[in-house]
Design a protein around this ligand. Sequence first.
Ligand code: PHB
Length: 399
Amino acid sequence: MGILSALSRLPRPTRAVTVLTAAALALAGCGGSSLNQSGGGQSGGDVKVGLLLPLSGVYAPLGQEMRAGFQLYLDQHGGKLGGRTIKVVTADEGGGPQTGVPAGQKLVTQDQATVVVGVVNSATALGLRDFFDESKKLLVIANAGADAITGARKSDYIWRTSFSNGAVAATLGPEVAKEVKGKVYLIAPDYAAGKEMVAGFRKSFEAAGGEVAGEKFTPFGTTQDFQPYLSTIRGSGAKAVWSFYSGAEAVGFVKQYKEFGLAGKTPLYGPGFLTEGGVLDAQGRDAIKVKTSLHYSTELDNPRNKEFVAAYRAKVGKPPTVFSVQAYDAAAVLDKALAKASDTSAPELVKALNGIGPIDSPRGQWSFGADHNVRQQYYLREVKSSGGTFVNAITGELG
Ligand code: PHB
């Protein structure tokens, strides 16, 4: 099928992104596989890593935490990964694919990055998928959980050190079904990750006998006043609420949940992003008793995590988060892959990634599945006060 007729069959947003992909590849003077043959223009022993992180928008705090995590690993390893000196170039993912897709393409085509690490937003990851797949350049996703990236639209060149939306949300379903006597209301932002998180939770929750009182998707990145939605939730008679929000939206939702008088009466659950790191600092006491599922907490009791938390605190001045760990682990993965690969071309790095084995992470040991997604343990967490601050205490392990 010709490129134009293939494009005309795609839905409009995908088509726009694919046109951008083709244009970016053309600008770089190469179509498809020719980009990789020079190893991305790399010479000598140095490797350029492109960090694609939100430095603006509702997810900006996550970007800072990921940058700090990646940098900590580099600092602990003399600025080298796999024995090669790393040069980091950063681009702003912004609030979504409109900014994130061109920024990711620029890291490859203009900055000549050997590998791009980062991507917080699922819609950005989906928008970049064809570019990395077609140009055969390596992308290590250190957050965005879009299910298809390691599912139906898996690529040899895309790997993920974080989670998939469906999985992180689904782990809490049976627990909520067991704990809540009555219906549960589901609420999340209206974009790819919100939709997938709700679907993942709903499936495992209903399979365990849970009943849904209602479901709402709020405009993503622009909702500041949650009162109308909280009012609907109260009117629904729900006995509990499950919600996915992250970054600035998580701060607003949890604080307003308390102000509206729901906290303490209607238990709040969600994926752990709801109460993570800087978000929890801003929520403070308002987040007490919120229960979440996640693959990390500063409170994990293992020597690797204790050492990591101490090193991160010493360098950054605050505790790490799941986002810092996912980026720290992306550096660890590249360290192993670059050490194993015979050169820095993407096909050689992919070959190395296919056999790197378990990663000894602050979150506990994890490994890549055949789908390039993380196989890991999920935990049940509850916000508690501890020594004048608030933490996500581990209260159990989730299947
Ligand atoms: C996503 O868009 O995939 C996403 C964003 C923020 C999170 C988790 C997932 O905290």
